[in-house]
Structures are given as structure tokens and as C-alpha cells.
Design a protein around this ligand. Sequence first.
Ligand code: SF4
Ligand code: SF4
Length: 437
Amino acid sequence: MPTTVKRAPALPPATLRYHRVRKSVHFFCFLAFLALPFFNIVRFDIPRQRFYFAGYELWINEFGIIFFALMFLMFVVIVSSVFYGRVYCGYMCPQMIFSEASIALEARLGRWLNKRKPDWSARARKGAAGAAFYGILAMASVFLAFAFISYFVEPRDLLRRLLSLDVRTAGGISGAAVTAITFLDFTLVRQHFCSTVCPYGYLQGMLGDANTLLVCYRDEQRECIECKKCVRVCHMGIDIRTSPFQIECVHCGECIDACEDVLRRLGTKGLIHYTWGERGREIGGQEPWYRRMGIRDAKRWIVLTVLLFYASGLFVALSMRRAVLVRVAPIRTTLYSVAPDGTIHNQFRFTLANRGRNPAAVLISMRHLPGARLMLAPNPVPAPPGESLQGTFEIAAAPASEMREVNHFTIVTTTIPDETSDNFSLTFLMPARKEIP
Ligand code: SF4
Ligand code: SF4
């Protein structure tokens, strides 16, 4: 009598599809990649020597804020690597997003031509698909290079150079070079970059530990049916079953979806999972929220605390920042000068820097120097946005006044319209009484 093999009923499809999540995150990150420099959220503006962060225009001399901003960004990278391994690579990295997009475009063009032009020879279809692919990639490379250089040059300025086909200035030459590199990257290099030269990949290898998120294959019951679908879908060309610690693995989760697809139809769950370390639990179990977030040991609490420290430092530094910076100092090349009418003059220098986007003005006045007058026109001094300027003014006092040889007084600067004030303690010098005629 023939024996009947009893198969377990198929399980419902997995509810969480990492492929779908990744593509949504890719789309969001693509928009963010374009938007960050355009809205001054992050840009190192080299020609202007400015660092744009979270909408603030930081001048190169604002060391404190730039320090906190760079340390904050560095610790975001560290926390992300310690907690979640190379998930950034698989879900958010522009190199990965555009490499996958170029592979998908190439495959889609080939399929489209096969379907629409069945009467063409295979060679003609291949040639047409290749020409269309390289043409689209060339245009996309100009666009992507433009977006990339916008992180270093003001986008409107860059657009002007692009429209005038500038390939003579340093900016134009670097734009053309980045376009060529982008084209070669997304036609030839693609994900090989991630497993060979990407510094973040090597850094992750150093930062990961026994609690870092991994993609891990577990098959204690020997249920693998050797279908190799997990290998076929891996765009990094590896077999996750050999080790969860392969430098090529970007923790994208595509092999998890593939294995779930196959084995759920046979009534079992997939054999590949996101786990906390090689021996740790699978993600998503019943655990306190902080462990589910990846805070699984003291080291993670510490790096998170350091990240919060830099985030708070950055927040405080930005909230204390003033748009208009004012400095006043005496000019002591001559201590004082005596006018023909006998009035004593002292000279001072002021420096204004308007780091904001709106026009401002600075009113300079004086306190605690009775009988003296401040000679400056115009006063308030206009401070155009994005500019710094220097000027001089004089303070004059009659010799008959009650002043001593060294007189302490205060210069008060008031910024208009935000009404912020600075005080500068200075001295007004007079000749010794016996020298006054
Ligand atoms: S997809 Fe799953 S069942 Fe198929 S070879 Fe990979 S691990 Fe084994
Ligand atoms: S092994 Fe899996 S998680 Fe790793 S890169 Fe390949 S498909 Fe992605």
C-alpha cells in the first residue's frame, strides 16, 4: 500500500515584510538626501566657510556649536552601529539605495523590451535596453552629483554654474568629476563598494559586540530544504547560512523574507531572523521596551548617555546663540590725540557680524563717562545679513572736565530689532594734568 506523506498545513504569510519596509525607508531617505542641503539642515558650505545645521548658519569661528554638532553626529553613528549593526547600510545609505535602484532599472528595462518588442532579435533588445539604461543613468548621475555637491556649495549658486556649463572653475571641474564618478559607481561598482572600501563597514566591525543586531540563520531542527532562495535574493552575493558575521552582509533582511516565503508554504516558520547577537533572542519578543529598543547592557546606557550629553550641549549652545556678534576694542597705536580746540580724542574699533538672514543694526552708546561725546555716524550702524564689517569711532572730552588720566567707562551695544545688548568695559585716556595747557 502506498504511504501518504502528511504535510503540515501552510502558515499564513508573514505579516512583516522587510522588503516593503526597506523600500519605504529608501524612498523617505532619498527625499531626505535631497532636502537636507536645500533646507540648510546639514551643509558644509566651503566657498562661504559656513556650516549649516538644523537651519542655523554657523560661522567657522563658532567653534563651540560646531564641536557639539560634529560630536553629536559622530555619536549618532556610534550608537547606531553598536545597537543595530549595519542596518543603516541596508536601509538608509544612499550608496545602497541608488545601487539597488540602478540594478532594478536595468532589469526592468530588459523585461519591458522583451515584452514589447518580441519581434526584435535578442541582440537588438539587449542593445536598446543598454542604451536606454546608460542614457537614464547619465541624466540621473548629473542630478545625484548635483544633490551631493549641494552638501558643500549653495544649491542656487551650483545651479547657476551647471546651467552655464562651467567646467573651467574649480567648482565646475569638481562637479563634472563627481558626475563621472557617480555614473561609474552606479553602473559598475554598486554594492562592491560596501564590502571593499566603505569605511563605515570596517568601523561597524569594530563597534559591534555580542548584543548588536544581526541577521542570523538558526536551524537546530534541520528544517532547511536547500532551496537557496535566501542566496538568490541576496544582492551582496553571500550565503547567510555560513556565518552571521560576513563583512558583506548589510543586514537588509531580504533573506528573512525569502526564507519565510518558502517555509511558510510548507507549514513552518523561516530559519533566518534578526537577533540580538549570534546567541541572543530574536527581535520582537516579550521584553521591556528598552530591551526591545536594543538597550541590553550597561555599555549601551553609557553610549546613549554620551549622545544625550552632546545633544543637550548642542541644544544649549544653539539656544544661546545670537545672530549679531559685536566686538569693541580700543585702538592704542596712539593713546590719545589733542584737537586744535584742545579736546582730547580716543579711538575705538568695532566689529559687527550678522550671522542671521535678516537685516539688523547696532546702536553704540556710552555710560559712566560724563562730559564726553561719542562720534559715530551713522549710529545705529547697519549690519547686512551674512556680512561682517569693521569700523572706528571716537570719543571726545573737553580738557576742563573732571576726568582723571585713566577713566573707566562702558560701551553698550544694542542690536536692533532683537534688542539684545552687550557691555564692554573700556578706558578713556587723558594726558597728565600738567601736560594740559
Ligand atoms: S531560503 Fe531558507 S530553506 Fe531555503 S536555503 Fe535558505 S535557509 Fe534554507
Ligand atoms: S545575507 Fe541577508 S541580510 Fe545579509 S545582505 Fe544578504 S540578503 Fe541582506
